[in-house]
Design a protein around this ligand. Sequence first.
Ligand code: HSE
Length: 296
Amino acid sequence: MLKIQIPATSANLGAGFDSLGLAVNLYNYVSLEQSDEVLISSSDGSVVPTGKDNLIYSSAEYLFNECGKKLEGLKIIQENNIPMTRGLGSSSACIIAGIYGANIMLGTPFNTDELVNIASKLEGHPDNTTPALLGGIVTAVCENGNVYWVKQEIYRHLNFYAVVPSFELSTSMARNALPETVSHMDARFNLSRAALFSSSLLQGKFENIRVAVNDKLHQPYRMKLIPNADKVFDKAYDLGSYGTYISGAGPTIMSIVSAENKLFESEMRTFLDTIGLSDWKIYKLSIDNSGARVVF
Ligand code: HSE
């Protein structure tokens, strides 16, 4: 079977709503091979859709259809390590697994740009799917169905601490919480900060990050859907976070922290336990610069 490793992703990075995202070293694994039937299972005990509505299957089928080929069936075994519906790109990982795997099965008819475009179309925005495919930190803009993207690799000594709540928050609910229109002032607030983010991270100007992750387009509205998020933000900054933001549509809260900071995780754990959030998890992560790939 073909086995693919796909990284978790953290989108928006504060101000870069629907356009910035990065890949981290937490992986789903998907093994797949062509079959006469649809045979879908998980090796980790997680409950996954077992029909053609499975996102890995439907994404693979989309690619076959684009080539004018009929997909009769697939055997898929999923190993899910990325928490689902938590803002860490679990659905993007499925889309990338499906199209990346199908592309190999079909003899690689699609190049990277085409896969980026297809993934964005299937997900609806490119900020998770593009880093899930390519790794690194990605700036991606979709115009007329084409994604214009830049991937940059990051080799700074940073950790990304994902504080993952015990509850799910669907992307559709988190998008429905946003206003239809925003003021010119709020738009200016965001675009200046989104522009500041990537270059500051790349050049090691970490003192800029706390300003760069501020945002007026989505986080103020989504904070209301994540009880206690404000306390976690405050604690993260007390513990020396360079920048803390809602990962993707939430509810995960991500903190960018110096790798020299040895106390962040234990102090945050103690804090969560003290305020009654023992069932929230902390993942200590770092950048994945490789993206989706075949493993053996
Ligand atoms: N940019 C998206 C959002 C990411 O914030 O809704 C979630 O898929």
